[in-house]
Ligand binder design. Structure first.
Ligand SMILES: [Fe+2]
Ligand SMILES: [Fe+2]
Length: 282
């Protein structure tokens, strides 16, 4: 599926300045980019579907996108969730974070020349909420940041705070998202209604899109699947789909290619990728 969309978007709303990034709270990271961007999200480590993720990483290694955006909920932060927790899983925070670090190390190794940007999702925001509510005196510690805990700077991965997002060439915004609607495409419509313009988001763990043409142009928002285990222990038979997307940019246009992963296989350019779940030795 290939779409050609054009339009302008702006999420600027001003507010508190982030000393590290120099951006006001709520401001997008604005970048210029020509080439292919890959977007993955909602791996929810350590609850990632490692076999599906391995197939995607093998594909990305072959494709060598110029930009990889990880659109949030990279780690689950299960241990500091306010939901009921399985006591056997609740105190594994360091192991859980090591899983994210291993993934970042691995992706930097296979994409040594790619720009990488990591966006916080609501699961990363659990850390801020926990610190602010339970241990505010520790909230300023450098070692208790997503950057430090995920090994982002160590892997030359740029970091964007929750719901600030990244806007490419002024026409396409990637966010984690903070809306959930029950059917594929409905949340994409909600994101269009909330933000306008065009973009892509995670959070719903579903694939889908919403397109709109009006007097000022053609716009689209895409929901970008997930790459986590489809059978989490806190929910039965969720309506989730795995996948990822490629977005190709020229100076003033973009084309979106959503790639659903079904039973650890997917198709791109007429070729089938994936082992179908068989173990690989990589
Ligand atoms: Fe998620
Ligand atoms: Fe989320």
């Amino acid at each position: 599926m290939v779409h050609l969309i054009s339009g302008k978007t702006s999420l600027r709303n001003g507010g508190l300045r982030n000393e590290k990034t120099g951006r006001d709270r709520g401001d997008c990271m604005d970048i210029k980019f020509v080439g292919t961007m890959a977007v993955i999200n909602d791996t929810q480590n350590p609850f990632q579907d490692q076999r599906a993720l391995t197939e995607v990483e093998l594909f990305l290694e072959e494709l060598q996108p110029g930009l990889l955006v990880k659109a949030g909920d990279t780690g689950d932060f299960y241990g500091i969730s306010h939901f009921d927790k399985n006591p056997a899983r609740a105190n594994h925070m360091q192991e859980d974070l090591n899983s994210v670090k291993r993934m970042n190390n691995r992706q930097r190794k296979i994409l040594s020349n790619s720009r990488m940007i990591d966006l916080d999702g609501n699961h990363e925001d659990r850390l801020r909420r926990y610190l602010w509510s339970k241990a505010p005196a520790l909230a300023s510690l450098d070692c208790l940041t997503i950057d430090g805990l995920y090994g982002l700077s160590d892997n030359d991965i740029e970091h964007v705070d929750y719901e600030e997002g990244v806007t490419i060439n002024g026409i396409f915004t990637v966010l984690h998202g903070d809306l959930i609607r029950p059917h594929s495409g409905y949340t994409a419509k909600g994101m269009f209604e909330k933000h306008g313009g065009s973009g892509m988001h995670g959070h719903t763990h579903r694939g889908g899109c919403h397109l709109r043409r009006d007097r000022s142009g053609v716009y689209g928002w895409w929901e970008n699947f997930c790459l986590c285990d489809l059978n989490p222990d806190w929910m039965r038979n969720p309506n989730w789909q795995q996948g990822f997307s490629l977005v190709h940019f020229t100076k003033d246009r973009f084309w979106v290619e959503p790639i659903p992963v079904i039973n650890r296989k997917f198709m791109y350019g007429g070729r089938i990728y994936g082992s179908g779940g068989k173990k690989r030795s990589v």
